[in-house]
Design a protein around this ligand. Sequence first.
Ligand SMILES: Cc1cc2nc3c(=O)[nH]c(=O)nc-3n(C[C@H](O)[C@H](O)[C@H](O)COP(=O)(O)OP(=O)(O)OC[C@H]3O[C@@H](n4cnc5c(N)ncnc54)[C@H](O)[C@@H]3O)c2cc1C
Length: 398
Amino acid sequence: MSTDFIFVGAGPSGLTGAICAARQGRRCLVIEKKPSLALHPRGETLRFRPILDEILGDGVLDSLSLSRTTLIEYFAPVPDKASRISFNMHSANIAFHWNGFMQAFQKQVDSLNIDLMMNTEVIDTVKDGDRVAGVVFRDADGKETSITADVVFASDGHNSIIGRKAGVDYQSMTNPIIKGLYHQATFDTPGYKFFIIPAGSLDFAPAFPPAIAFLFPRDNRNCEAGVCVMAGSARKLGYAIPSPEALLRVWELLAEQYPVFSDILKDATPEVVEPTLIPATAPLKDFIPQAGVVLLGDTASFIEISGFCGLVSSMECAKYWVNMIIEAQKRSEKPEDIWHEQTMRKMNEAFRMAPVYRYIKTNADRYMAMFETLFVEMRTSEEIIKNWEIVREALDVY
Ligand SMILES: Cc1cc2nc3c(=O)[nH]c(=O)nc-3n(C[C@H](O)[C@H](O)[C@H](O)COP(=O)(O)OP(=O)(O)OC[C@H]3O[C@@H](n4cnc5c(N)ncnc54)[C@H](O)[C@@H]3O)c2cc1C
């Protein structure tokens, strides 16, 4: 079996890449291990950028919008209403349902006759010398099959099997996070709320590392809420990273006891509460870690740590890389010629100059510097509160 492009993983980046490639006449196979695109919602808020209309169709994202707000609010440690810092962002955060978002991708996939295999897990790569020339997948019946392609796009998210095989170290970029969706919450403003939790500041969990709890109001009284461990700062301070079970236990106590936060959630009922991982660090330097492989979306870390634009930046990166690969192929005699050392280096360099890369890198650097100041340099609740006006300036990145 053989095709032009393989996309491992049918999240926003893999599907965007396949849609862009199929629109240019490439045969694409997308392989997804889950039985349905709707399972395991990830980000459900974003800020609009034109790629959304380009990939999903004009006005589609608009039609999926549940609520929108430009208000963003930060709460000091031991929060009370007076210590809230508010900003108005240039463009609104839009909340939507994961299922509707993924259905919009599915519609494009169907109309372009893209081959999408669900319930099928990629378990290995196929090599041709040093080059990755395909993948081995296992279908729902346990049958293993190999397929070759000119390019394998790794779009299987954080801790990607393709990325790991190409030598990417995901361990150093992993941040545990709780993803929660709640009904019947009681919020006083539509603002997206962030709660700064310094290391060791929780009475009920004294060994808990630095973290940010978040709460994003949606339509009616629904909200998305969770907590993300700041793993980089935790390691610097010598705090252990909690297991998923330990994180869930702290999450339950936070929702019950943490000031302001618990008021908002006190009558709320959960629809989803899931521990997962997010690659909250700067994007990798090389998106081609090995001949034959291009990293897309979360496989390359990515991230604009504000959390709001992982989805959109992943889509923009996917489009950029698919177009660059297709252009490189047009200039080559044979498709495999693009995997020469010099061509790969040029493509990596071109991407690092691209506006989308500079956008995510600049934002990531800015957020990491901010977290370093808050969680490592100021470190304690007292210091952060004492310097709250300085913190206000550091937080004003919108
Ligand atoms: C809790 C949480 C909240 C977030 N909030 C936001 C937000 O509000 N806004 C925002 O913009 N971003 C947010 N993000 C980030 C955003 O969701 C990601 O950046 C985005 O989903 C990346 O898309 P992706 O396609 O690269 O990866 P994913 O969406 O992770 O998709 C990867 C796909 O690959 C599949 N897969 C994995 N391994 C294999 C395998 N071996 N074989 C086959 N398939 C495989 C997975 O099942 C999955 O469907 C959030 C992330 C998390 C975890």
